[in-house]
Design a protein around this ligand. Structure first.
Ligand SMILES: [Zn+2]
Length: 289
């Protein structure tokens, strides 16, 4: 190697180290915007502004912990309206005024319409596209949410797709949101995140909805979910909510035998059979304890 060659070699090495260093730094920065966290860590995080985590048990589930229920509503209520609420359009994004009127008609407020949200990556992308096509774009709060999500998702290709977004209010925002309620909301939403991001779990849930439940039991769950204002024309939504309420909603204030109109013994049997058929995962390990 000539002197010139050695210089070139050194420069190349230096550039390589610099590039590697900034790549590692960039990855570290991206990780710091959504650190991996367990259920206990997510429940203990009480941020003063909306904060993202990736769930340690399944890092494809992104958890948004909100510090303000009104802000959560501004960020996510129009996505709920488009995706799962009965009586609202499935093919266009409603205006903020229409949404306010629909929530008032349901006897709720934008802040308490939902305590926890859950959406697949596909649903979120469809919302952004439809908001641009049919509603003049995103609101400021929605833009803030999608900017946060864009920052943590690498451009083009990723090792953790498809992902899902779920939300949880920090402690102390509402008298109902005590420790038990928040733990229940988180587990309920995590089960939705698993449904959206893990195809073996989704298949198990759909099969159980169609074959594990009797027609009467399916009707009972459908009536319960209609009462909760879910779109009963969406079978995947019904099946996904069925598993979340049946198996992952321990707090009786949110779900119980009376609410669904089925005997307790039948629900216990359904839970046992559902868990027995579940694919191996962080969730099955927790339930088996
Ligand atoms: Zn749910």
């Amino acid at each position: 190697m000539t002197l010139r060659g050695r210089h070139l070699g050194a420069a190349f090495l230096f550039a390589l180290v610099l590039a590697l260093g900034s790549f590692v730094g960039w990855r570290y920065w991206r990780e710091s915007l959504a650190p991996r966290a367990t259920e206990a860590e997510i429940l203990a995080a009480n941020p003063d502004e909306p904060r993202l985590f990736r769930f340690a048990g399944n890092p494809a589930i992104i958890v948004l912990v909100v510090n303000d229920l009104a802000v959560q509503g501004e960020m996510l209520n129009r996505i709920a309206a488009l995706t799962e609420k009965r009586g609202l359009p499935r093919d266009r994004v409603v205006s903020p005024e229409e949404l306010t009127a629909a929530i008032a008609a349901a006897g709720a407020t934008p802040a308490t319409w939902y305590y926890g949200h859950d959406y697949s990556e596909k649903t979120l992308k469809r919302f952004v596209a439809l908001a641009n096509q049919t509603a003049g774009g995103l609101t400021g709060a929605e833009q803030r949410l999608f900017t946060m999500l864009d920052r943590i998702s690498p451009a083009g290709g990723s090792d953790w797709l498809p992902w899902a977004l779920i939300t949880l209010p920090r402690a102390g925002l509402d008298p109902l949101l005590d420790d038990t309620a928040r733990a229940t909301i988180l587990r309920h939403e995590l089960s939705h995140g698993e449904f959206f991001s893990e195809v073996t779990y989704e298949s198990h849930v759909m099969r159980f909805w169609r074959e594990g439940l009797s027609a009467t039991q399916r009707e009972a769950f459908t009536a319960f979910l209609a009462h909760e204002e879910y779109d009963t024309g969406n079978e995947a939504l019904l099946a996904n909510e069925m598993q979340a309420y049946l198996v992952h909603t321990a707090d009786p204030r949110f779900f119980n035998a009376e609410a669904v109109g089925l005997p307790e013994a039948e629900l216990t049997d359904l839970r046992r059979r559902f868990i027995a058929g579940m694919p191996q995962s962080w969730m099955r390990s927790l339930l088996a304890r």
